[in-house]
Design a protein around this ligand. Structure first.
Ligand code: FUL
Length: 455
């Protein structure tokens, strides 16, 4: 099979592995769980952290019930309380009643993830409202040392999360004042990135500025309808961006491969609050369509309660979510069916329906048509199209048509495709399905097409 030339920036092998991670989870859990806050001030007493029934295996089981492939833990949130027994500050779990001061939540979750066969990652907030030196150079050394402990003490990490929030006021060792920093320079992120690469060469790094994954610009659960993995790095820094509308859409002429991650919580807050209810499985399914379905990764936050357990109603939503995804994708009408294509430059048309993400078909021209005979007239519930993004992202416009008798009807018109474009259709019916690539930066290369039966 001739090997196609790449077009524009392409993913690294670790970014490619991330694309296939698809749907994974966040865990927001710390002092805030006990104080009923979203942003702790930094003066919380370690004595308040006491999740008497904490069971990270239960978190992993809940994650797997929802089909999540990894969990990323808030090892330290903005309040500065460290969930591991760090040597860098006394404001940590060893001063709490949890496991008699011998506990380490980072260890328990990393072990449970490994045991459960899912990935593990960490979030360690740059902003620290507890530390007396915050705002001065000494704190940045502490912050880097915290990352070093996390990077070296807990086995392989799949993702490292750099939050952009810098709210200003805090406890700061009792000073109780507002401290402002220059987010572009203060944290010495270049140095920190080098530390991450050195100790965790396969982890992907997330922030407003990547370098590996970018924020989607909202916390509501959607990527852009047009969604490029390409992004121009100028003007983007951790915690500051010249133009936030660049985030969900990406940029057609972007010079870097920096795909989008959609972070959203199963509950209204990131942390557990007694009075809040989780989203339903149906709401999570629609978030999945507007994130994973629009060329993004979905980072779905779970919030353990004060016992240290994911509440059963959240687990029920996760089960329902997974059931909806599985039933939507259960019957692929394109599988093993005849496929005809307008031209072929590389691969074979049959590779589009072989369920192997590593095989691909490429057109000889920038426009193309792919026609699939699904055998009998069927109700079509949706479709999935995957570009072979290892060669770059190319498609700018496409349509999906179905044929009944002799006439084609357009049932969907989209812009970008990317790693995957997944769409739920209403009321489509027909025997033949045609995907037309209407515009592409370079001859399109696809690795898969699925046509889902309505369920
Ligand atoms: C934000 C933080 O301020 C929130 O508390 C939460 O951690 C969210 C994921 O990122 O920037």
């Amino acid at each position: 099979m001739s090997h196609p030339a790449s077009h524009g920036p392409v993913p690294t092998p670790d970014q490619l592995a991330w694309h296939r991670r698809n749907t994974y989870g966040f865990i927001h859990f710390t002092q805030n769980t006990f104080t009923d806050r979203e942003w702790g001030y930094g003066d919380e007493t370690p004595a308040g952290f006491n999740p008497a029934e904490l069971d990270c295996r239960q978190w992993v089981a809940a994650a797997k019930a929802g089909g999540l492939t990894a969990l990323i833990l808030t090892a330290k949130h903005h309040d500065g309380f460290c969930l591991w027994p760090t040597a860098t500050t006394t404001h940590n779990v060893s001063r709490s009643p949890f496991r008699g001061g011998k506990g380490d939540v980072v260890r328990e979750l990393s072990d449970a993830c490994r045991e459960g066969g899912i990935g593990f990652g960490v979030y360690c907030s740059p902003w620290d409202r507890n530390h007396p030196e915050y705002g001065r150079d000494a704190y940045v050394d502490v912050y880097h040392a915290q990352w070093k402990e996390l990077l070296t003490g807990y086995g392989p990490l799949v993702e490292l999360w750099f939050d952009g929030a810098n709210g200003g006021d805090g406890y700061y060792g009792g000073a109780k004042e507002k401290r402002s920093i220059d987010a572009k320079t203060y944290y010495r992120f270049d140095e920190l990135r080098a530390l991450c690469r050195k100790h965790q060469p396969h982890a992907v790094l997330f922030s407003d500025a990547g370098p590996d994954l970018r924020w989607c610009g909202n916390e509501s659960g959607y990527a852009g309808f047009t969604s490029w993995c390409r992004f121009n790095p100028a003007g983007a820094h951790v915690g500051s961006l010249d133009n936030y509308s660049r985030l969900p859409l990406g940029e057609a002429d972007g010079s870097m491969w920096r795909p989008v991650e959609v972070d959203v919580s199963i509950r209204p807050g990131w942390f557990f609050h007694q009075h809040e209810r989780p989203k339903t499985g149906d709401e999570l399914f629609s978030i999945w369509l507007s994130s994973v379905g629009q060329n993004a990764g979905l980072l779905l936050n779970l919030a353990p309660d004060r016992r240290g357990l994911i509440p059963s109603e959240d687990v029920a939503s996760l089960h329902r979510f997974r059931h909806l995804v599985e039933s939507f994708t259960a019957l692929d009408l394109a599988k093993k069916r005849p496929v005809t294509v307008s031209s072929t430059a590389c691969g074979e048309a049959s590779y589009l329906i072989d369920d192997n993400p590593d095989t691909y078909w490429g057109a000889a021209e920038n426009t193309a048509a792919i026609e699939i005979d699904i055998g009998t007239e069927e109700r079509i519930g949706g479709f999935r199209i995957d570009e072979a993004v290892q060669f770059g992202q190319r498609i700018e416009a496409f349509s999906v048509e179905v044929r009944i008798w002799q006439s084609w009807t357009e049932v969907f018109r989209g812009t970008t495709v990317g790693a995957q474009r997944i769409v739920k259709l209403n009321q489509a019916r027909g025997r033949y399905v045609r995907i037309r690539i209407l515009a592409s930066q370079s001859a399109p290369i696809l690795s898969g097409v699925s046509i889902y039966a309505a369920c």
